[in-house]
Design a binder for this molecule. Structure first.
Ligand SMILES: [Zn+2]
Length: 426
């Protein structure tokens, strides 16, 4: 009987996932109307013109491009003087695409100049009759994408293998910056993400939208993340977990942004050959990074020291409150002075090799009540959770997103073994 109920439950879950998926494709994919007549570009019927497409090159100026295409000087002057707010001719950038629509008659005079500010936004300079300029946007289609991945080596590589925009690596590492140590991911850690991809003309990728929901499973512990605005007046958006806890902590996990190597951990029993294998405790956490990498404050606070002393080299110490202070050693140069107030994430200096150090790194020291402790083992205080009055609303909002996440399947990593190669190349 037990088994029977189990089977029914499993079936129900499977069916609900299936159904959800259908709802997802029909309702959640936001499709803005796209132009159906293919001969129209930038709002012009291109069959009426001779079309020239190129990119801005070194040494190009708007004036020269126009003169070359038979636009007279007074018109060029009008554009550069009267339409600065719309189109500042001095700011055209090398590498940006532009299109010139020329008259179809023998004079081949430029009639319209279109400058592409980015993949979505463009500026039109209409040179026919009285000259004018305006900005416009291409029609963008949003396509929701679901991804499930398993970590093999590191996050960015795994996402790259799944064909996910690198920006999503950054977004994800920022969402979980306080709760998951991306320097210590393990094989088998896995994640799921729901986000939008933007497309122009149905096919040209134009960047990612914000992450709508995520799940990260580190060492088998699942942490969901849902964006939620807790203060609509101040427009404060944070990511919260399935228990309405803020994923943000009062301290960042590392003094360097994503992508650097944890080279030595806090270790009171460390023995080093250099000191004849005697115990030389290491009361810091070392993050190796190239010289010049920005070092950031892990929490808001007041700079109490910014100086150079002995083996510490150039360093900064920040007092966060009555309990915690943090210290950052071996800087090439400090960016802040004693007495200055810094915000979490502010750059306070750059990685260097001053003091006793074998290579470029920042030695991060975490002080609690005047004693140095291991920040990676410290239970760091969380930022504000969702207030009781908003809890019901939050649960109602995230429940369907959570169901959708739960239905995403993990793409199993492909390992290149000899066996695989044999089957692929018989
Ligand atoms: Zn150190």
């Amino acid at each position: 009987m037990r088994k029977y109920i189990g089977a029914i439950l499993a079936l129900t879950l499977w069916v609900s996932c299936k159904e959800d998926k259908q709802v997802t494709t029909e309702e959640l994919v936001q499709v803005e109307p796209i132009e159906k007549v293919p001969v129209t570009r930038f709002g012009f019927n291109i069959e009426e013109f001779n079309v020239v497409q190129d990119t801005v090159r070194w040494g190009d100026s708007f004036g020269e491009l126009m003169l070359k295409n038979k636009v007279d000087y007074p018109k060029i002057a009008t554009i550069s003087q009267n339409f600065k707010d719309t189109f500042d001719v001095r700011k055209i950038m090398v590498g940006k695409p532009y299109t010139i629509l020329k008259s179809k008659d023998t004079s081949e005079t430029a009639e319209v100049f279109i400058y592409e500010n980015d993949k979505v936004n463009y500026t039109v300079v209409d040179l026919r009759d009285s000259v004018f300029a305006y900005r416009s946007k291409r029609k963008v289609k949003y396509v929701e994408r679901e991804v499930g991945g398993v970590i093999t080596n590191n996050l960015s590589e795994t996402l790259d293998n799944l064909g996910v925009d690198y920006a999503i690596t950054i977004d994800l590492s920022e969402i979980y910056a306080w709760t998951i140590d991306f320097f210590r991911l393990e094989k088998g850690d896995r994640f799921k993400i729901i986000y939008d991809e933007r497309f122009i003309n149905d096919s040209i990728y134009a960047g990612r939208g914000p992450i709508k929901a995520a799940l990260f499973e580190h060492k088998g512990r699942p942490i969901y993340a849902f964006p939620y605005v807790t203060d609509s007046l101040k427009n404060i958006l944070d990511y919260f977990d399935q228990d309405a806890n803020n994923l943000r902590r009062t301290f960042l996990r590392a003094p360097i942004k994503f992508g650097y190597r944890l080279s030595s951990r806090y270790n009171l029993k460390r023995r080093i050959a250099y000191y004849g294998y005697k115990v030389r405790p290491h009361k810091g956490t070392d993050y190796a990074a190239p010289v010049g990498t920005p070092i950031i404050a892990t929490a808001d606070g007041t700079v109490t020291e910014s100086t150079r002393r002995g083996g510490n080299g150039k360093y900064v110490k920040i007092r966060h409150n009555g309990t915690y202070s943090t210290q950052y050693l071996h800087m090439r140069k400090q960016k802040v002075k004693k007495g200055e107030f810094v915000r979490q994430g502010d750059v306070i200096g750059w990685v260097g090799m001053t003091g006793n150090t074998g290579g470029p790194h920042v030695c991060y020291r975490f002080w609690k009540n005047g004693r140095q402790v291991d920040p990676l083992r410290e239970k760091l205080p969380a930022a504000e959770p969702i207030v009781d009055s908003l809890r019901a609303d939050y649960v109602e909002y995230f429940t369907p997103l959570k169901e959708q996440l739960d239905c995403i399947e993990y793409t199993e990593p492909i390992f290149e073994s000899e066996e695989n190669l044999v089957t692929l190349n018989p």
